[in-house]
Design a protein around this ligand. Structure first.
Ligand code: PLP
Length: 294
């Protein structure tokens, strides 16, 4: 999908106390070539990113996205982003977004091979129309991710808790789900615990209690899941982070995949077994997720 606006950021030290970072931004033609062929983001997927949902030119959940960008940078030994600089870049990009739903991408790459600094840029683009899938839900299959639940502590170099640019595995999982006549996937650890979807977090309902797999380092902590738990807590509903065995998936009273742009979609079946769908709650949750939030 065509990008509508693009901004290159000259990264500064995380502690740079300036109030105004506009002189570190260069607006570029979003259709024109902009990256060096020596970019390590394109050669090795060596960098981190965030995708922010934008509603009527309001960027959603900016603080949690910036926190996760900083955490990803830390896990990848990249220089920490200056939050105020990135916040101003996001504000500039959001001001260019049309009414309705759009997206902003933040990218922090290791930079050009042998180069002195990271490369950073922000783009905006249109959001796909997800209204049909928000109403209809998705069929999912479970896929083995091949790592045990505690792998993040044993092998932090796998960067499983970082949102790195290396999403080829996640995209391959979605293609495998489609080959198995499903719309999406839920990753399981090799020792049989529920993790996340390739581009979304999972929330399960058991009676009146809503749970999500604990983001122990092996999965991303979803900004949309955090907002969904806020929505549920405001309604007096109990929420929690748990170790969820794969055997408990089929016992759920309802389930959702949640992410920044598609928002909440009900899971209608897991590995071919139908799951009850709470259409009213899904619509209410999406109404909340579509309202302006910081
Ligand atoms: N887990 C993975 C692997 C993701 O790629 C994403 C989003 O892209 C999420 C979870 C959900 O994160 P968020 O709600 O912040 O979009």
């Amino acid at each position: 999908m065509a990008q509508r606006f693009a901004l290159i950021i000259a990264p500064v030290d995380a502690a740079d106390p300036r109030d105004d970072f506009s002189e570190t931004f260069s607006v570029i033609d979003p259709e024109a070539p902009a990256l060096s062929v020596g970019e390590l983001s394109t050669q090795r997927g060596d960098g981190v990113f965030e995708t922010i949902g934008v509603i009527d030119a309001h960027p959603q959940e900016v603080v949690p996205h910036l926190e996760r960008l900083a955490n990803s940078a830390r896990l990848c030994d990249l220089p920490l982003p200056n939050r105020e600089q990135w916040r101003q870049a996001i504000a500039m990009a959001a001001a260019q977004c049309p009414p309705g739903e759009a997206t902003i991408k933040l990218i922090l790459s290791r930079g050009v091979e042998h180069g002195p600094t990271p490369t950073a840029w922000v783009t905006t683009g249109p959001a796909s129309d997800f209204s049909a899938v928000r109403a209809a839900g998705v069929r999912v299959v479970t896929l083995d991710r091949g790592y045990s639940l505690d792998v993040a502590e044993r092998a932090p170099w796998l960067l499983l808790g970082a949102k790195t640019l290396s999403y080829a595995v996640n995209m391959a999982a979605l293609r495998e789900a489609r080959r198995r006549a499903a719309d999406d996937a839920i990753f399981l650890s090799s020792d049989g615990f529920v993790l996340e979807a390739p581009t979304a977090s999972l929330i399960l309902r058991y009676g009146d209690r809503f749970v999500t797999p604990a983001p122990s380092g092996g999965i991303l902590h979803g900004t949309t899941q955090l907002s969904a738990f806020e929505f549920l807590t405001e309604r007096g509903v109990e929420t929690g982070y748990e170790r969820i065995p794969a055997s408990a998936l089929g016992e759920a009273d309802a389930a959702w995949l949640v992410s920044s742009v598609r928002l909440a979609v009900a899971v209608t079946a897991i590995d071919g077994h139908p799951l009850p769908v709470d259409a009213a709650l899904t619509a209410e949750l999406n109404g909340y997720l579509l309202s302006p939030r910081d």
